[in-house]
Design a protein around this ligand. Sequence first.
Ligand SMILES: NC(=O)c1ccc[n+]([C@@H]2O[C@H](COP(=O)([O-])OP(=O)(O)OC[C@H]3O[C@@H](n4cnc5c(N)ncnc54)[C@H](OP(=O)(O)O)[C@@H]3O)[C@@H](O)[C@H]2O)c1
Length: 429
Amino acid sequence: MRTVHVGLVGCGTVGSGVIRILQQHREDIARHQGVDLEISLVSSRTLSKITALGVPKDRIVADWHDIVSNPDIDIVVELIGGTGVAADVILEALKAGKNVVTANKAVMASRGEEVFAAAEEHNCEIGFEGAVGGGIPIIGPLKHSLTGNEIDTVLGIVNGTTNYMLSRMNESKLTYAEALAEAQAKGFAEADPTADVDGLDAAAKIAILASIAFNSRVTIDQVPTQGIRSIAPMDFQYASRLGYQIKLLAIAHKGADGIDVRVHPAMLSKDHPLADVNGVNNAIFVHGDSVGNVMFYGEGAGSGPAASAVMGDIIEVGRHVLYDIPPIVGCTCTDQVPIKDPGEISSRYYMRFYVADEPGVLTQIAQSFGDCDVSIASVMQAPSSSDCAELIFMTHHALEANIKKALDKLFDLDVFYEFGSLIRIEEEE
Ligand SMILES: NC(=O)c1ccc[n+]([C@@H]2O[C@H](COP(=O)([O-])OP(=O)(O)OC[C@H]3O[C@@H](n4cnc5c(N)ncnc54)[C@H](OP(=O)(O)O)[C@@H]3O)[C@@H](O)[C@H]2O)c1
């Protein structure tokens, strides 16, 4: 059996995990899978981090170009992250005829078409299981085991940071700021949490999942995204009273009129399997016409889980290299299904806001909503101070465009003080 040579670019959290797995399991993998894999060259920004992992000095190179251009390298593994140098590594490796494995959701969700075109043109394979759900296998199942299905729904809790924060706000009534500080102290949130709390990380992931599930390209810029900054502990109390749990959901539905894809906080029935996914865990719920409902659950981030997903791709691609098997599944975006206008999406809404506590206020609000075709299902009122009332509105189904118009009218009312939160109700189709 010849050795399959792997070149690793980027040796941080995930890259170091990949090195550790191969140090521990190289012989087992060769015995079980019939592939002898060697990390023959490694490059990263801080070379001392590679040395500290026990990688021999003669396998460390300062410049990633030396990996991509090396004729002995069979698979280039990109684990730098971001859309800058990482995209160059991926595309240049493919153009040099190398197979590529990456965990880079940012590149796959924004430049997936270009990456797949380069892979096809140069007869190479691209594996990216680590890009969504960390250690949870989801891209493989969507591309292999579930392909006999017409999939119409993918719902994901795909960001561990925000799921941890929302879980802590629910359990211990922490404010958003307290939950963020705690997540940062435990290493679950970055110093700059923007990509997580504003939903951008989840948007990249659902763009990738929707593209595969619906066989039609969805890019990150097509995903309307709302984060969790406005969620407050009292929203969990109201949600609970109404029978719901609050989650940051990455949502993709396909219907006869197109694809509805978005990321936002949502109220889910407490009976929904995703409602019990707490802490840093991730889960992806899929509905297919034959399989029915399936859910994939596990650790969505971390060195071990992410490296596990990357390693699975390296082994599979390694087997293809060794036995000269052409890539089994490349790009599956064969269709061009339209993406629905978000304004035309109909949901029920929960809204919390503060108004003057005086007679006639409810009539004015009801009038503003009614003028925009938004029908109110229920109202709850809690006195906040002597002249201010906290109001909770639940609407019947309303178009998002009409909700926006109704809110603009509400903000113009003299009796309106402050907006709290807006959460859509996610219902089973
Ligand atoms: N961490 C997770 O749990 C996780 C889960 C799933 C997917 N991913 C994805 O996996 C990828 C890697 O993430 P990570 O968490 O491992 O990131 P990380 O810890 O920041 O590691 C990135 C590594 O790349 C190196 N690097 C940065 N710029 C470079 C350049 N121009 N040339 C060569 N090396 C460079 C960094 O060097 P320094 O050591 O000098 O900083 C660092 O070692 C990302 O695409 C991420 O989205 C991560």
